[in-house]
Design a protein. Structure first.
Length: 600
């Protein structure tokens, strides 16, 4: 292959050049130039998608055989050259190496180019030779039954612009509307409606995480705005109506059933496979099983440094058997230069359009594979308490660091609760390190115990369980565990509490008086003996909307005695409450006082 093609492939993962250049089409010197079109005789750089598109339109009509520049005007010596200089230079070179045949790039459809990170379009002129590579490296391919991939490859009948339902990859408890913005082989690049192009993600056509429009409603769910919805949350229903009105819906018949996966981890260290590059998910690369630990495998990319390697489950949909790309028409990135020898004959000849802002830079080699991801399991049979609906919890969450997995745990709890603000307020009042959590388009700060290693999560589990009133064993680092003894031995509700709950259930129009009385009845001890947490529980049970002020009661140490002394001026002047919440709490205090005197 030509040295130019080799350079294009090796620079694919490199950091873009910082040298001052001008746009090939408009000649404006802008840094950085976002779009690059590698050609036979080098690369063309552009400042915008418009310039790239205009260049390609003119390129189809005529390009110089020597420099690949667009041929403009009628004064050229030949229709194949932009100038006399290029004609003479090209003909002279042709005389020296008459066997050289230039590879002329083919035009690429406008619909495949978008102004978003990771815009890639490939034309493969020679497929990667896996058989030769396996012989040269004295390695074997992982058998097909190791993978959760279809034996009989499905058809991809999706079209760009079609809309469907997809799980939000950053919050898998939410189902959102997504649009197909790019298609490559059996993979779809999806963009959540209401999100931006920086959060695009890829799914296979037979993924269980995509469905036709209407599937969520039929399953009893409700479509949600994506995490980071760019508008006010209250505008979501109208936005949803507008985005679906007149849109092309992906028909149900083109969705494929997800294939079954192997029951156990069948991989062996050293086996070859094809794997998605998680840092550049539009790429599938030659890879090796570098390590194995229980249900995890460590994917290492051949010829590239360790910055791209990662752990994943053995049944991940991001790993494929050798030859999958060739069968499905998806480009395969061959091994990098780190371990290449000779003339690097294993390189495939590819031409790429790439948005340079999305390219990652390899880092230094790692001496050993990093530890596998930390997994927190949800034992959904345990009691979730007053704030968490355990049915809506995922089976597990995982990430590579204790802090990251703790954030995912809290995010899952928020998604499984109708009182997310109460959870955030309670976790914000804890003692520990501050952690930023995104919810509903806003960022909140919570506090959790210091997390340096996986075992530190046990302290976080205890803090969360105590603060939210859920079972202490709802979260665990163990996958398989017997029935929860804490839930089994939980004493039944007292007669007084049961009577109060029955009274509340049969009342069709509860009043503030009945709610307050029920809340006082539920708390067995007299109000003056309540601790701070009992006061907070009383206020939340009487009016859930007041739960957001729980941290103020903790901050000011409002126990039962202090509660009975509160007045509106104190709450507004010293606690910072607005008039409305202050009046509501004052009304509850008066009810408590009246109930207390009636009891005595």
């Amino acid at each position: 292959m030509s040295s130019t093609s080799s350079t294009n492939v090796t620079k694919l993962r490199g950091r873009p050049s910082k040298k001052t250049v001008s746009c090939t089409w408009c000649n404006e010197g802008k840094l950085p130039l976002k779009y690059v079109l590698p050609t036979t005789n080098g690369k063309k750089e552009f400042c915008s998608e418009t310039c790239l598109s205009e260049f390609r339109k003119a390129y189809v009509k005529g390009a110089c055989l020597n420099c690949d520049n667009v041929i403009r005007g009628n004064s050229n010596p030949s229709k194949d050259y932009c100038s006399v200089y290029c004609m003479n230079k090209h003909q002279k070179r042709a005389e020296i190496t008459s066997r050289v045949v230039p590879v002329i790039p083919q035009p690429i459809a406008n619909s495949t180019v978008e102004s978003s990170p990771g815009t890639f379009q490939y034309e493969t002129f020679m497929p990667f030779d896996w058989d030769e590579y396996l012989r040269e490296t004295k390695s074997v391919a992982a058998p097909n039954d190791c993978f959760k991939q279809a034996v009989n490859l499905p058809q991809n009948e999706f079209k760009i612009g079609m809309k469907l339902e997809a799980l939000d990859p950053r919050n898998v408890t939410s189902t959102c509307i997504a649009t197909v913005v790019y298609i490559q082989g059996l993979r779809l690049r999806l963009r959540l409606d209401g999100s931006d192009n920086k959060n695009d993600f890829w799914r296979l056509v037979d993924s269980s995480e995509i469905h036709p429009i209407g599937h969520c409603e039929k399953s009893g769910g409700m479509l949600q705005p994506p995490l980071g919805f760019r508008m006010n949350a209250s505008s979501w229903p109208m936005f949803l109506l507008k985005t679906l009105n007149g849109a092309e819906m992906a028909p149900a018949k083109i969705f494929q059933r997800e294939p079954p996966g192997p029951r156990t981890n069948l991989f062996e260290i050293g086996q070859k496979l094809e794997a998605v590059d998680k840092k550049n998910p539009q790429l599938i690369c030659c890879a090796t099983v570098g390590n194995i630990k229980q249900d995890q495998i460590y994917v290492t990319f051949d010829g590239w440094r360790g910055a791209f390697d990662y752990w994943c489950r053995y049944d991940s949909r991001d790993i494929f058997p050798v030859g999958w790309c060739a069968k499905t028409g998806h480009p395969l990135q061959p091994p990098g230069q780190k371990n290449a020898t000779g003339n690097n004959r294993f390189k495939a000849r590819t031409m790429t359009i790439i948005s340079t802002s999305d390219v990652q830079s390899p880092e230094a080699d790692t001496s050993a594979p990093p530890p596998p991801p930390i997994t927190v399991y949800m034992h959904k049979a345990c009691l979730g308490g007053p704030l968490i609906d355990t049915i809506q919890l995922p089976s597990s969450v995982e990430d590579t660091t204790p802090t990251a997995v703790a954030k995912k745990l809290v995010t899952a709890l928020l998604a499984a609760s109708s009182k997310a603000e109460t959870i955030l307020a309670r976790l914000g009042a804890l003692r520990g390190d501050e952690i930023a959590i995104s919810h509903g388009g806003s960022t909140y700060t919570i506090k959790l115990s210091t997390l340096q290693k996986a075992s530190d999560l046990e302290h976080v589990f205890a803090d969360i369980s105590t603060s939210l009133g859920c079972c202490q064993q709802l979260f665990s680092l163990e996958a398989n565990r017997s029935e929860c003894s804490a839930c089994e031995t939980k004493p039944p509700p007292t007669k007084r509490k049961a009577a109060a709950e029955q009274e509340a259930a049969t009342s069709t129009t509860p009043t503030d008086t009945s709610l307050a009385d029920s809340a006082v009845t539920t708390h067995k001890t007299p109000p003056p003996e309540w601790g701070i947490e009992e006061v907070i529980q009383f206020i939340e049970s009487a009016d859930p909307c007041l739960g957001v002020h729980a941290d103020l009661f903790r901050k000011h140490e409002i126990d039962g005695k202090a509660l009975l002394l509160l007045n509106s001026d104190m709450m507004m002047k010293y606690m910072g409450l607005k008039l409305g919440p202050a009046l509501k709490i004052l009304n509850l205090v008066q009810r408590v006082k009246g109930r207390r005197h009636n009891v005595h």
